[in-house]
Design a protein around this ligand. Sequence first.
Ligand SMILES: Cc1cc2nc3c(=O)[nH]c(=O)nc-3n(C[C@H](O)[C@H](O)[C@H](O)COP(=O)(O)OP(=O)(O)OC[C@H]3O[C@@H](n4cnc5c(N)ncnc54)[C@H](O)[C@@H]3O)c2cc1C
Length: 253
Amino acid sequence: MVVGQGRDGDVRIEADLVVGADGIRSAVREQLWPGVSRPVPIGVTAWRGIAPAWRGELPVAISWGRGAEFGIVPLEDGRIYWFAAVNATPGTAPSEVDSRFSTWHEPIPALIAATGTVLRDELACLDKPLPTYVQGRVVLLGDAAHAMTPNLGQGANQALEDAVVLAALAGRADVAAAYDRERRPRSQQVARASRTIGRFGQQLANPLAVAGRNALMRVVPPRFALRSMARYADWRPPPTAPVSVPSRPGPDA
Ligand SMILES: Cc1cc2nc3c(=O)[nH]c(=O)nc-3n(C[C@H](O)[C@H](O)[C@H](O)COP(=O)(O)OP(=O)(O)OC[C@H]3O[C@@H](n4cnc5c(N)ncnc54)[C@H](O)[C@@H]3O)c2cc1C
């Protein structure tokens, strides 16, 4: 990378590759992919929290209601990560998580009551898949490239996969094109699947459709339901040449 000053006083930076990893509202995407894709709200409010170490064992679980879901994920240290989502009604003030889930089965109300900090987000994702993650020597990574709904818990994971692949391809003359080839199909497939699972799971609100879904879920073995989601988390980095890491200069350098 070369940093210099232009005649006009502007700082100029020359680099082999520029990585736009600036999130769902990426300024890099706005500048270099103008009008191609934009973040859109999906009409869902989500909350997340971590309850302190829990008495008794809790399994990983997702409970669905009409246009609502609550998920429980025990952490290694005994605390309980939970997430909740509800369809947001346009034009009305967002409800609070404790009032929205107060009548749900235990331990849901107790977990919420035991939680200190609760995060709230209005969910959004990119409205259209980008036709390319590359413009010249600029690539997009993570939410900047493929902001997705969180229904598969894959947004940050896909960003990490992008980074692993980019690091593995570093040094190749065709790094940007190879990155696009390797990452775009998978990350966009995961984004599509996540949106679909959200529509047929948490977002489903029509009473007949909800009854049908619930009847189906009663007969599908939990192992099968879990496998259909877990398959998106199964990923191996592509085989690559070893990446050489420059050694750090010693204290005398
Ligand atoms: C409710 C919810 C639940 C989620 N659950 C999961 C989950 O279970 N599993 C999972 O894998 N993912 C989950 N995600 C998605 C995950 O949070 C995102 O996909 C992930 O954070 C994307 O990482 P990123 O680095 O691409 O973008 P970000 O995390 O948004 O990071 C972008 C960074 O760029 C910085 N930045 C932006 N603009 C500029 C600028 N102009 N100059 C300098 N810096 C800038 C920002 O400050 C920020 O630090 C969830 C998201 C939500 C909303």
